[in-house]
Design a protein around this ligand. Structure first.
Ligand SMILES: [Mg+2]
Length: 274
């Protein structure tokens, strides 16, 4: 059990932890305000590469949690940040939506346009593509899959923003990046080599850098055990599973490596820290 006095940075999952749909979850607004009043740092993470961090910051602000864009970390931002720092020369082919292309270009990265003038029903010449980036893409089509496949078969690097199988939606769920990654892995016999979003440690590293804190002074709070909690544990953070989303006490009881804390609502955080 982590010494409660040591936690100075709180990293929150969004959906199912801070809000659900357009509404703040019970206790979230008050708890985050009180943590900030105690001079704790608060950050928010999302695996969705569909919208810029500014959109999430605006949404949080609208529901009563005033948040600057810098305090939101998306999988798109993490990928852009990591590649700009470590592989800035790579020419990227992006299977993703426009917001992701803009995010990556905003980090100074070289994002290629669609290969034009070639029949997407044939083998596409992908000369010039150094790396393929797979993301949640609701505009996915055969040309993109074919281009990514050809580039990967020619040895292009294989990156992804996030690996969620599906994205929960009102009335069910829709296919997410995990579906595209798995199909490309299947047909190429290759494995994605870099995952930016949860449960990757990269996201936690960016969070620690933003807060300027070592892992033992940070806590990850989320509703998904296999992503939020696992990611926090692997990064050496304290972890709190919130029962406001997809997980139940029974799910937590079955874990071999359970979170440090289980909380009914974010208000419970206040008694865990000074
Ligand atoms: Mg969640």
């Amino acid at each position: 059990m982590t010494d409660k006095r040591k936690i100075d940075g709180f990293v929150f999952d969004l959906d199912g932890t801070v809000y659900l749909g357009e509404k703040a979850l019970p206790g979230a607004v008050e708890a985050i305000a009180e943590l900030r009043r105690r001079n704790k740092k608060t950050l928010f993470v999302s695996n969705k590469p569909l919208e810029p961090g500014s959109k999430y910051a605006a949404k949080l602000t609208k529901i009563g949690i005033p948040t600057p864009t810098e305090d939101v970390i998306t999988s798109a931002l993490v990928l852009g940040y990591h590649l700009a720092k470590n592989e800035p020369h790579l020419r990227l082919y992006v299977v993703g939506e426009e917001s992701l292309r803009q995010e990556l270009r905003g980090h100074g990265l070289n994002v290629m346009d669609e290969v034009e003038g070639q029949d997407d029903k044939n083998v596409i010449d992908t000369a010039g593509i150094d790396a393929v980036v797979i993301a949640f893409d609701r505009t996915l089509d055969y040309r993109k899959i074919n281009t990514a496949y050809q580039a990967l078969m020619r040895g292009a690097r294989f990156f992804a923003t996030n690996a969620d199988k599906v994205c929960p939606m009102p009335g069910g769920a829709i296919p997410d990046a995990g579906a595209t990654i798995t199909s490309l892995e299947y047909i190429t016999g290759r494995k994605v080599e870099l995952l930016a979003g949860k449960p990757s440690g990269l996201m936690m590293r960016v969070a620690m850098q933003r807060m300027g804190l070592p892992p033992e002074r940070c806590m990850m709070i989320g509703d998904r055990l296999e992503t939020d909690i696992r990611m926090g544990q692997e990064a050496g953070f304290a972890t709190a599973a919130a029962l406001t989303g997809v997980s139940t006490r029974q799910d937590i009881a079955r874990m071999t490596n359970p979170p440090d804390f289980t909380i009914e609502t974010l208000a419970d955080l206040l008694s865990l820290t000074e």
